[in-house]
Design a protein around this ligand. Structure first.
Ligand code: AMP
Length: 191
């Protein structure tokens, strides 16, 4: 099973990706988590990524693509994976396409988590209080939403054209959202 989760910041991608990956017994790969781990360990990659992340901008494709190719080359992805937060740009889509073509694999589903801006801003401000992420301030949140709209939302149409898109309402109780996703994916994979 090869999947990815796409949606605006605050839609619950991280939480849902972990749960869905757990159900399918595949690794959830979050580029945001990998970048944050590098920042906190002060690695060269972390030092390069930090400034972009703090501003709510995307880390350049070159760095992000290299990181993902490296991660997808690890053995635990042999039976599948769930990408959380990648791809986010059209060049990243091409990189993933090429990587899958080389492996002789293909995506099974692209889960789009749908939530309005007001809803996700409220959630992100709440997360800021709980986790204190440096990119969860109100200004940076607005920038991240704008960047998502401009650079990532167009990917939804790309995957819809390929017949891979599964759109799920991400508003409501997280357990219910998980069930909605599992039902929607099950329907797609079987049907
Ligand atoms: P996330 O935890 O997915 O919200 O990601 C946090 C931050 O990491 C983003 O705002 C970006 O700065 C960076 N990031 C994560 N994934 C990507 C990606 N696929 N392309 C570029 N930047 C990314």
């Amino acid at each position: 099973m090869r999947m990815l989760v796409i949606g605006p910041p605050g839609a619950g991608k991280g939480t849902q990706a972990e749960r869905i990956a757990g159900r399918y017994g595949i690794p959830a790969i979050s580029t945001g988590d990998i970048f944050r781990a590098n920042v906190s360990q002060g690695t060269p990659l972390g030092r390069q990524a930090k400034d972009f992340m703090d501003r709510g901008a995307y880390v350049p494709d070159e760095l992000t693509n290299a990181l993902v190719l490296d991660r997808l080359a690890q053995d635990d992805t042999a039976s599948g994976f769930l990408l959380d937060g990648f791809p986010r740009t059209l060049p990243q889509v091409s990189t993933l396409d090429d990587c899958l073509a080389e492996q002789g694999g293909a995506l099974d589903a692209v889960v789009q988590l749908v939530a309005e801006s007001d809803e996700v801003v409220t959630r992100l401000l709440k997360r800021a209080e709980l986790q204190g992420r440096s990119d969860d301030t109100e200004d940076v949140i607005r920038t991240r939403l704008e960047v998502y709209r401009e650079q990532t939302h167009p990917l939804v149409a790309v995957y819809a054209d390929r017949g891979l898109l599964v759109s799920v309402d991400a508003v409501g109780d997280p357990d219910e959202v998980t069930e909605r996703i599992l039902t929607a994916i099950g329907g797609r994979v079987i049907g």
